[in-house]
Design a protein around this ligand. Structure first.
Ligand SMILES: Nc1nc2c(ncn2[C@@H]2O[C@H](COP(=O)(O)OP(=O)(O)O)[C@@H](O)[C@H]2O)c(=O)[nH]1
Ligand SMILES: [Mg+2]
Length: 434
C-alpha cells in the first residue's frame, strides 16, 4: 500500500479530539441595555453587564496599568463591569497585583492562551465579554465603542490593526508576513472578509460565545473564534484599533503558533483541503488509466503503457486516500456539531452504511485480485515471458489498494459513530442524540 489508511486517520482524530473536546457551561443573565456604552448597569445588582477577561502570563509590568485603564473606562462610561484575570502559572507578581486591585483571578492548571481564556470566560459573569491582552497594547478607552457595536446588534466585534494603519508596533515579520498570510488563508478558505484575524481585542455577547465554543489550547484560539463566528452565522464586524508598544516580552512563538494556526484552518476546511483535491486527483488517475487501457494516445504507433499506468495508480490512490481522510474529518466535525451545514454529508449517510462500504471495498479488492490471479496464471503458463499488457496488473493492484482502503475507512467511520443505543453506521450528531 502506498499510504497506510490507519495512521493518518488516528493522527487526525487525535488532533480533532484536542480541538473539539471542551464543553462549556451555559448561563443566562438579565441586563439593562443603554443605547450606547453608557448606562450599562446590571438589573439585579448581582451580575455585571460586562466582563473584561485578560489572559496573563507574567505581566507584572503592564497589569496594573491595564486594570487602571479598564476601571477608568467603566467609571467614565457608567458601565457595570468586572475584570477577570485568567492566569496559568505566572511566576512574577501578576496575581498579587491583580488581587490587590480587587480583580478576580482564576487559575487554569493547563498552560496556554486558549486554555486561559476558556477558564476566564467560564468564570465571567457578564452578559457581554471583552477579551484583551494584559500587556497594555490595547486601548481600553475603546471599550464603549466595542459595546456600542454589540448593542447595535453585532454578535462578534473584533479589532483590526490594519483598517487605519494601527499596526506600526507589530513586529515586521508579523505585520507584513504572518498576519496578512494567515488572514488571506482564512479569507480564501472560508470566504470571510477579515482584515486582521489575529487581533486579540474582541467583544461578543455571552450567547455568541456559547455558540462559537472555541476549544483551542493555544494562540490559535483567536483564529478558531473568527472561523466559528463565521460558520455559526454570527453577525460580525471589525473596528479599527491601534496597537501600542508592548510592556514586557511577547509570549507569541512565531513558528509554533503560526503552524498551529495553519493546522487549525486546515482542519476546519475539509472540503477545500481534502475532498476537492482528493476527487480531482482520483479523476485524473482514472483519466490516465482510460488513456492507457484503451490506447487513446499513441507516439509513433506505440501507445502509452506500463510507466504511465503507474502515474495513474499514484494519482488515483493518493486521491482516494485524501478523499477518505476528508470524509473522516467532515464526519467527525459534523458529529460534534461543527460545520453545521452539511447537506451532502447527511445525504451521503442516508445511503451509506457499514455494510455497503464493506461490500463496495471487497468487490473492488476481489476484482483486483481476480485480474491479478489471471495475469499471474497466464504468466506461469507462458513460461515467464514478459506480460503482454502489464498496465492491467497495475490496475489490479490499484483496485486492491483502493478496495482495502474503503473497507478500513468504512469500519473506521462506523466506529466513530458508535454511541450508546446507536447501531447505525451514520454518525450521531450531538444535538440529535438522546
Ligand atoms: N494565562 C496565560 N496567558 C498567556 C499565555 N500566553 C500568553 N498569554 C497572555 O496572552 C496575552 C497575549 O500574549 P502576547 O505575548 O501579548 O502575544 P502577542 O500579543 O501576540 O504578542 C498576554 O496577556 C499574555 O500574558 C499562557 O500560556 N497563559
Ligand atoms: Mg499582546
Amino acid at each position: 500500500m502506498l499510504f497506510s489508511n490507519k495512521v493518518p486517520c488516528f493522527e487526525l482524530i487525535l488532533l480533532l479530539e484536542t480541538i473539539f473536546r471542551t464543553e462549556l457551561r451555559s448561563h443566562g443573565l438579565g441586563m439593562t441595555e443603554g443605547s450606547s456604552g453608557s448606562n450599562l448597569k446590571a438589573k439585579d445588582g448581582h451580575s455585571p453587564v460586562l466582563s473584561v477577561v485578560m489572559p496573563c502570563l507574567n505581566e507584572e509590568g503592564a497589569l496594573a496599568i491595564c486594570i487602571e485603564k479598564i476601571n477608568k473606562a467603566f467609571t467614565e462610561n457608567n458601565i457595570d463591569g468586572e475584570i477577570v484575570l485568567a492566569d496559568n502559572g505566572s511566576t512574577d507578581r501578576s496575581v498579587e497585583i491583580a488581587e490587590s486591585m480587587g480583580v478576580r483571578v482564576v487559575h487554569q492548571p493547563k498552560r496556554g492562551y486558549g486554555n486561559a481564556y476558556q477558564k476566564g470566560f467560564a468564570a465571567a459573569r457578564g452578559s457581554y465579554f471583552i477579551m484583551a491582552d494584559a500587556d497594555d497594547t490595547y486601548d481600553f478607552a475603546l471599550i464603549p465603542k466595542f459595546l456600542e457595536k454589540l448593542l447595535e446588534g453585532y454578535d462578534f466585534v473584533t479589532g483590526s490593526r490594519y483598517l487605519e494603519n494601527g499596526g506600526t508596533n507589530i513586529t515586521w515579520l508579523h505585520r507584513y508576513v504572518g498576519n496578512p498570510l494567515l488572514t488571506l488563508g482564512l479569507n480564501t478558505l472560508f470566504g470571510t472578509p477579515y482584515t486582521d484575524v489575529y487581533c486579540g481585542y474582541r467583544a461578543f455577547s455571552r450567547e455568541a460565545y456559547e455558540k462559537v465554543r472555541p476549544v483551542s489550547p493555544g494562540m490559535e484560539f483567536n483564529l478558531e473564534l473568527a472561523i466559528n463566528a463565521h460558520l455559526v452565522g454570527l453577525k460580525y464586524c471589525e473596528i479599527p484599533i491601534a496597537l501600542a508598544p508592548r510592556i514586557g516580552e511577547s509570549k507569541l512563538n512565531t513558528f509554533r503558533d503560526g503552524w498551529r494556526s495553519l493546522r487549525m484552518m486546515i482542519l476546519y476546511c475539509p472540503n477545500k483541503v481534502f475532498i476537492i483535491p482528493g476527487v480531482t486527483l482520483f479523476i485524473a488517475g482514472m483519466i490516465v488509466y482510460t488513456i492507457v487501457l484503451f490506447s487513446l494516445v499513441r507516439f509513433e504507433g506505440r501507445s502509452l503503457g506500463q510507466v504511465t499506468s503507474i502515474v495513474g495508480t499514484v494519482l488515483s490512490v493518493v486521491g482516494v486516500q485524501t478523499l477518505l481522510l476528508g470524509l473522516h474529518a467532515k464526519t467527525y466535525s459534523w458529529s460534534r456539531r461543527f460545520d453545521p451545514n452539511q447537506k451532502f454529508l447527511s445525504k451521503f449517510y442516508s445511503i451509506f452504511n457499514l455494510e455497503s462500504g464493506l461490500l463496495l471495498g471487497s468487490t473492488m479488492a476481489l476484482t483486483g485480485l481476480i485480474v491479478f490471479a489471471v495475469i499471474t496464471y497466464n504468466w506461469f503458463k507462458s513460461g515467464f515471458l514478459p506480460v503482454p499488457r502489464p498496465e492491467f496488473a497495475s490496475l489490479a493492484g490499484t483496485m486492491i489498494i483502493i478496495g482495502l482502503s474503503v473497507i478500513f475507512s468504512s469500519i473506521f467511520i462506523s466506529a466513530m459513530s458508535v454511541t450508546k443505543g446507536n447501531d447505525s453506521a451514520a454518525p450521531v450528531r450531538e444535538d440529535n442524540a438522546d
